[in-house]
Design a protein around this ligand. Structure first.
Ligand code: ADP
Ligand code: MG
Length: 162
């Protein structure tokens, strides 16, 4: 069961990047991260920051049209995972996700999924939610992290350092 683990104010993109440098190294093969939030909430920027933090690619376009962008580690160090960055907004049906090979991602990579609700029942158990909201002044973003007890343990450093 998911509970709210921590709430972090991301004042600007620098804060998003800083969060990603702490969060990204904790990710392991098989992790599924659901990015919730309205259009413009900062989901893509957060994914981009994670991919930059792992030094997977300089160029991180939004996967709005191709739905998936895959990032392989530059060197196979057995630690840095492959990242599948997905934006499922344009998915016509949950079943269409299988045509993208999403099961391989769940199994072999880290899945960063924008618009995860498009997957309906196929979002795997044990996923982590990063929920982004736009602050009242329209500038800052509020990041809420929700997960189960396993995630609570893994994100201890982030929860306690907050
Ligand atoms: N932490 C943040 N603070 C301020 N602005 C942000 C932050 N994160 C993202 N933005 C801005 O919000 C806009 C939308 O971001 P984006 O990541 O494309 O949103 P989404 O993918 O949720 O639609 C961009 O102009 C981006 O610069
Ligand atoms: Mg986006």
């Amino acid at each position: 069961m998911q509970t709210l683990l921590v709430e972090i104010i991301l004042d600007d993109l620098t804060a998003t990047k800083k969060f990603a440098t702490v969060f990204a190294p904790l990710l392991r093969k098989g992790d599924v991260v659901a990015l919730d939030g309205a259009l413009g909430a900062g989901k893509t920027e957060l994914c981009r920051s994670v991919i930059h933090a792992l030094d997977l690619s300089d160029d991180v376009p939004s996967p709005t049209f191709n739905l998936v962008q895959i990032y392989e580690p530059k060197a196979d160090d057995n630690i840095t995972p492959v990242i599948w960055h997905m934006d499922l907004y344009r998915l016509e049906s949950p079943e269409e996700a299988f045509e993208l090979g999403i099961e391989d991602a769940f199994d072999q990579a880290v899945s960063l999924i924008e618009w995860p609700s498009r997957l309906g029942p196929y979002l795997p158990q044990g996923f982590l939610t990063l929920r982004l909201e736009i602050g009242h002044n329209g500038e800052a973003r509020i990041l809420k992290i929700l997960g189960d007890d396993l995630w609570k343990n893994r994100l201890k450093k982030i929860v306690e350092d907050k």
